[in-house]
Design a protein around this ligand. Structure first.
Ligand code: ATP
Ligand code: MG
Length: 574
């Protein structure tokens, strides 16, 4: 492909609002262009990367025994009512109506549609197991689309669904998908980690996420260096830490109200009263079910985990902090001065806060706190639950030692759904005894378009993207220097281009009328793994220059040596 025949609109400047490297480099390199918030045009280079990722995914899914189908993007609302999710999904689900006033949504995922398909086509145990997937456009009206392809509103997902009559058959498919996702990521040459995860609104069973490791990742991953325990922060049980030894003698303490003017934060209160933040508690007001309020109490040095809180019975799903004005109206005090003593709301206390022998808390009065508060004496019976984020140093749930933290980009998620959907949607498959049973179901998502960003995020340097060979938009980039003025250069470059393509290598020839500096900068930015530079000076010695995008030495080779050498290196089996 000649540069002058395609559309690669590279940019010198980063696009406005781009916060992470992959977003900056994919736009600057002319891979994608924004259309609207969270939606992007795929330009020729970007589409090539996307198609490479799809191809690898298809090859590995075939090996895992999954069959490709294609389901519609516009889905009838009635299926979502059948499954009970029409009301649970909230505003992420983009709803629309047709000319007859019938309701639809744009596909955020496909459990309903595939389950409906199965209930109308699979009747006998002889048809099971069955493992179906498609690669399709998804739409989720994300509250905060950002990071380019990473958290888009319109994106491309591979989503797969399997159906089974019995547990062993299901477990085999789940293991095969786990292996399949690992292989996809290994083939792309990425550092990744599979972790235990939270099933969110999709299911209630076990699930695993696959993360590409990157500091800019939105997810916190927690692992034990001493074992193979690894989980998403949202699923890591945080231990209830015992109180410090200085709590001895707490029984003698009286509860005392002390003035704390202008101390609006835990740190300010702790400094003012000269106590550790760990001995202060914070009280967060959130929405309970049916519009009411509830209070969540944590140690001052701990952070609430919203996913854990949203799993509590009695707490509204989706989870939300109460509006400040509503709190003031109902409790008569601002959020900075609230405490559990005499609050009059349902309370959930984190295990480590509940273990405090005495503590400091807001007095439900502006500018006042209580010290020396004791749970049983001053607050009464409370509900205790794990609602905090685990922190580095907490003991791993498997007891193997202290936890360590890293960050990841979630690119895949596999779930054990059990019969949640097949039961809700009345799927009945006859087993060998002629009895109708609801099959077990698994679902397996993989973010194809997010993957493009994840690869760029993990594999780039200051000059641009460094594509792993398996997904690179081209194999070889020929930089022709001063080709417009030098017929020797343009002829040699054209011959090389033909020879490389004839050898089965995808080749981009930069034949533009641009200065060498511009061409080199664009070659680094675009990030094709192998580069051949053709210039007049080299040709006088009968050579062209070869180097890798990853760096290393420049090799001077005769032009006719290039295609056989690169073909042997890039496609050794061919
Ligand atoms: P997240 O926690 O990142 O919102 P999710 O749990 O909502 O992800 P799933 O419903 O499991 O995601 O979707 C499967 C895969 O689809 C994810 O692993 C991810 O790779 C991809 N994906 C999800 N949301 C987006 C998005 N807004 N933009 C791009 N890819 C996405
Ligand atoms: Mg999501």
């Amino acid at each position: 492909m000649r540069f002058s025949d395609t559309l690669i609109p590279t940019l010198k400047e980063a696009p406005a609002g781009a916060e992470i490297a992959s977003h900056v480099l994919l736009v600057r390199g002319g891979f994608i262009r924004r259309l609207a918030s969270g939606s992007y045009n795929w330009l020729p280079l970007g589409l090539r990367v996307l198609k490479n990722i799809e191809r690898i995914a298809r090859e590995e899914l075939k090996r895992a025994g999954a069959q490709e189908i294609l389901m519609p993007v516009v889905q009838p609302a009635e299926l979502w009512r059948d499954s009970g999710r029409w009301d649970v999904m909230g505003p992420e689900l983009l709803r629309l109506a047709d000319r007859h006033g019938r309701e639809y949504c744009l596909s955020p995922t496909q459990e309903e549609v595939v389950t409906d398909l199965v209930r109308r086509t699979v009747f006998s145990y002889r048809q099971l197991p069955c493992n179906l997937y498609h690669i399709q456009t998804k739409f989720r009206d994300e509250i905060r689309p950002r990071f380019g392809l990473m958290r888009a509103r319109e994106f491309i997902m591979k989503d797969g669904y399997s159906f089974h009559l019995d547990e062993p058959s299901f477990e085999r498919a789940y293991a095969a998908m786990h292996e399949c996702y690992s292989r996809i990521l290994e083939r792309m040459g990425l550092r990744f980690r599979a972790v235990e995860a939270d099933a969110g609104t999709i299911g209630d069973g076990e699930s695993h996420e696959f993360h590409v490791l990157a500091d800019s990742g939105e997810d916190t991953l927690v692992y034990s260096p001493a074992s193979d325990y690894a989980a998403n922060l949202d699923t890591v049980p945080a231990p209830a830490l015992p109180d410090e030894p200085d709590a001895a003698g707490a029984e003698q303490l009286a509860m005392r109200k002390v003035p704390t003017p202008n101390a609006g934060t835990i740190d300010a209160v702790a400094t003012l009263l000269d106590v550790p933040a760990a001995r202060c508690v914070k009280t967060l007001i959130v929405y309970a079910e049916e519009g009411g309020l509830a209070a969540l109490v944590l140690r001052g040095d701990h952070q609430l985990n919203e996913a854990k809180a949203s799993r509590l019975a009695g707490i509204r799903r989706p989870f939300g902090f109460a509006d400040e004005a509503q709190v003031r109206a109902e409790l008569g005090v601002g959020v900075g001065s609230i405490g559990p003593v005499g609050l009059g709301l349902p309370l959930v206390v984190d295990g480590s806060a509940a273990a405090l022998a005495h503590f400091v808390c807001g007095a439900n009065e502006g500018g006042q706190h209580y010290t020396g508060v004791r749970w049983a004496r001053d607050v009464g019976e409370v509900r205790v639950a794990d609602i905090r984020n685990a922190v580095p140093g907490d003991t791993a749930p498997d007891g193997s030692g202290p936890l360590a933290f890293t960050r990841g980009i979630e690119v895949g998620h596999i779930f054990k759904l059990g019969t949640k959907y097949t039961q809700a949607m009345d799927v009945a498959v006859q087993d060998a005894d002629g009895k109708g049973v609801a099959p077990l179901m698994g679902c397996y998502g993989f973010g194809i378009s997010r993957m493009v960003a994840a690869v760029a995020e993990q594999s780039h340097d200051d000059d641009g993207i460094v594509w792993p060979p398996a997904v690179a938009p081209f194999d070889v980039h020929i930089v022709a220097l001063n080709n417009i003025r030098s017929s020797a250069v343009s002829r040699t470059a054209a011959t090389l281009h033909e020879a490389l393509e004839a050898a089965g290598l995808e080749t981009l020839l930069d034949d533009r009328d641009e200065r060498p500096g511009v061409k080199f900068a664009d070659a680094d930015l675009i990030g094709i793994p192998h580069r051949v530079t053709v210039g007049e000076r080299g040709l006088k010695d009968g050579v062209v220059e070869y180097r890798r995008r990853t760096g290393g030495e420049v090799e001077r080779l005769r032009p006719e040596e290039i295609a056989p050498k690169l073909a042997a290196m890039i496609r050794p089996a061919a």
